[in-house]
Design a protein around this ligand. Sequence first.
Ligand code: 13P
Ligand code: SF4
Length: 320
Amino acid sequence: MSTSVAPAIDYAAEIKRLKKEKNAVILAHYYVVPEIQDIADYIGDSLGLSQQAEKTDAAMIVFCGVRFMAETAKILNPAKKVVLPDLDAGCSLEMSCPTEPFRKFREEHPDHVVISYINCSTEIKTLSDIICTSSNAEAIIRSVPSGKPIIFAPDKNLGRFLAKKTGRDMLLWDGACMVHEAFSIEKLLKLHSQHPNAKIVAHPESEEPVLRVANYIGSTTGMINYVKNDPHDEFIVATEAGIMHEMMKAVPHKKIIAAPAMEDNTCACSECHFMKMNTMQKLYLCMKNEKPEIAIDEELRLQALKPIKRMLEISKQAQL
Ligand code: 13P
Ligand code: SF4
């Protein structure tokens, strides 16, 4: 009896072929696996990815990130096909802000301007006046006339950081990202004592004790630029571990150390299992089959488009 083994698929080569054949663009977040980052047409933070999605002339957007990011791309591009390797790639921060309780919260404060972090559902976006990302949140908040109270959702850590930075009166929704809340300040301080010359860089979704000891706080792109441009050669990085790939590529001569997570975390560092649902195999299959595809009700899309457009306009004015 003869046995035959199917030849292994060269995913990288097939993905490149499909990209050409289907006039597709691959947009990837810094938190996805290195193989996907290396094959993407653009890697970026949430703002950069939205800006790329807005201006692309490709026929199909292949989004390697989480669902709310692909939905934002679809909201901006209703005529284009937007596919995501795994539709179950959600976001713990998005889940911490369900629609009906948030609608009620908003109705209880009708005089407030609602600023929502892009890490939220399309429904929450329809209940918002302006969307922001960690790159432009400060500029967005400053664009609201002083004296006007603000509701900030869903991330309380980012909200607290921004309220302090801008001195604005902000009502915060009680949401958080489980990846960024997993960092242990005790372990971080211990690690720092072993690397006293290292600078600490942190994403603003991290908890206050971590932010208090950080030398730089910013978006993923901001953190990469800081590590690139700062003369120091040792850094402890408090955000999702996927960012290390781009950082190490950008500054191979510098020492980049992942901030440690709490004992009960599944991994020694902090990994977003939603981002890690994007694999080369699923990416290949979704390009081949052109699904799973993102679909959004048109009425909902038009309502969610307004606060996203406002964000993009304010970002342009602020040259972000
Ligand atoms: P950035 O916009 O900084 O890339 O953040 C995205 C995110 O999901 C952080 O957890
Ligand atoms: Fe959401 Fe946190 Fe994952 Fe970012 S790292 S996508 S905020 S769960």
